[in-house]
Design a protein around this ligand. Structure first.
Ligand code: FAD
Length: 396
């Protein structure tokens, strides 16, 4: 048929926003839209630090895709993408093949281990519902193990690599969770250590120094030990080696130190930097007018020539722009340039505590924590309207 085929890979922030906008803007039979995702649910990545630490249930960080998209307008395919073949305009799934006229890649990033030996094998990372289920159970299991082998205090040492947003948000939750676990397993809280290791000279590099200091104070009061300006040299089943060869014994290493693009992007032959494609002003892969790359897989630079950090906020705005440009392409209308508008950043530090910058102001403490909640609720509203806010909002 002559109806253009649009295939969207990944139902993350970028893919969901593209789908929602397309189903609203496209006319009946104007295009054939297919959304492919590994799971039949979308996960709210920005909420995953809570179920990872066990301060919330993983259920509250996911939404069924059928509740988000209109399946009369968009075909949803639950499958795993194994290969993208731009030269044939095809996508290979684990159980089939799709051909496309327009492709949107929103497959999200992967953990970047910078080649540090053992990290890929022995550290866990906060990336998906399945990965946080594992971390949550693993943490509890260490308490149970310790009761059987009370000399093994390394069971109670929790190492978090990276003091970026994910690392900081996670240790905030973990510090809240530890007292509960100590009570539950009759463990002396003095024996538990949370050690945050960061190679850069400061936590939250690039963030407002006053807020960073506030965050570190809050977390230190909750019992977190910071090792800033300290690089992890190696990770093994027994723990990590840091700095000049010091060993920190631990059975739990959570790596939050970096994100890179999905390996499928490189494998498809796109030119990449740390797995990301430097997209053009319309979010297209260079040399491919019909391929849009969103979110953690795209690389964009600000006016100072610095790369933007990959965020949900960025992926969402890209999704909106991408849908607009898809509709414009189909209608032979001019495309709109993408321009990121930074609405601010808030990082939670556990219950009732956060730091952030929004509306040109700094926030900390309760107000910032409230702001974080408002951002999360706004997101639920954007993707699922009032019904989703009512179902999930109370858990945030
Ligand atoms: P994702 O949201 O990662 O979605 C990718 C989708 O693709 C997933 O549904 C996945 O299942 C699917 N997929 C992957 N591979 C395949 C495959 N081979 N086949 C089929 N489907 C596949 N950003 C903020 O702006 N604010 C925050 O407060 C914030 N907090 C964060 C806290 C944590 C703990 C983490 C981990 C991240 C946080 N981020 C935050 C970053 C933000 O979550 C990411 O930048 C954002 O999720 C990227 O969106 P995306 O659309 O590129 O991909």
């Amino acid at each position: 048929s002559s109806i253009p085929k649009i295939v969207i890979l990944g139902a993350g922030y970028g893919g969901v926003l593209t789908s929602l906008r397309l189903q609203k803007e496209l006319n009946y039979n104007e295009a054939d839209v297919t959304l492919v995702n590994k799971h039949d649910y979308h996960y709210i990545t920005t909420h995953l630090h809570m179920p990872a630490a066990g301060t919330d249930h993983p259920e509250n960080a996911r939404v069924n895709i059928s509740k988000l998209i209109d399946e009369f307008k968009i075909d949803f395919v639950k499958s795993t993408v194994v290969q993208i073949r731009p030269q044939d305009r095809k996508v290979i799934l684990e159980d089939g093949t799709l051909s496309y006229d327009y492709l949107i890649v929103g497959l999200g990033g992967e953990s970047e281990t910078f080649g540090i030996p053992g990290l890929a094998e022995h550290a866990m990372s906060i990336r998906s519902i399945n990965s946080v289920r594992l971390i949550r159970e693993h943490i509890e299991y260490q308490f149970a193990r310790f009761k059987r082998e009370p000399h093994r205090t390394d069971y109670l040492t929790f190492v978090v690599g990276g003091a970026g947003f994910t690392g900081i948000e996670f240790i905030g939750e973990l510090a809240d969770r530890i007292p509960e676990l100590c009570k539950q397993f009759d463990v002396d809280p003095q024996l538990v250590k949370i050690i945050n290791i960061e190679a850069a000279p400061t936590a939250l590099p690039g963030f407002d120094p006053e807020l960073v200091e506030y965050a570190m104070n809050v977390l230190q009061k909750k019992g977190v030990t910071f090792r800033i300006g300290t690089a992890i040299k190696e990770c093994s089943p027994d723990g990590v080696i840091v700095g000049e060869g010091e060993e920190i014994k631990s059975q739990t290493v959570i790596w939050t130190g970096g994100v890179r693009g999905n390996r499928l992007i490189e494998e498809a032959g796109f030119e990449t930097m740390r797995g990301r494609v430097k997209v053009d002003e319309f979010l297209r892969a260079p040399g491919h007018d019909n391929i849009f790359i969103l979110g953690d897989n795209s690389l964009l630079f600000n006016e100072q020539g610095r790369p933007y950090p990959p965020t949900a906020q960025m992926a969402m705005q890209q999704g909106v722009n991408c849908a607009h440009n898809l509709v414009a392409s189909i209608r032979n209308q001019p495309l709109k340039k993408f321009a990121f508008s930074n609405k601010g950043t808030v990082a939670s530090l556990g219950k009732g505590e956060a730091i952030g910058i929004a509306f040109g102001r700094k926030y900390k403490g309760r107000v910032a924590a409230w702001l974080k909640k408002a951002i999360d609720i706004r997101y639920l509203f954007i993707i699922g309207g009032i019904p989703l806010v009512l179902r999930k909002g109370k858990f945030l």
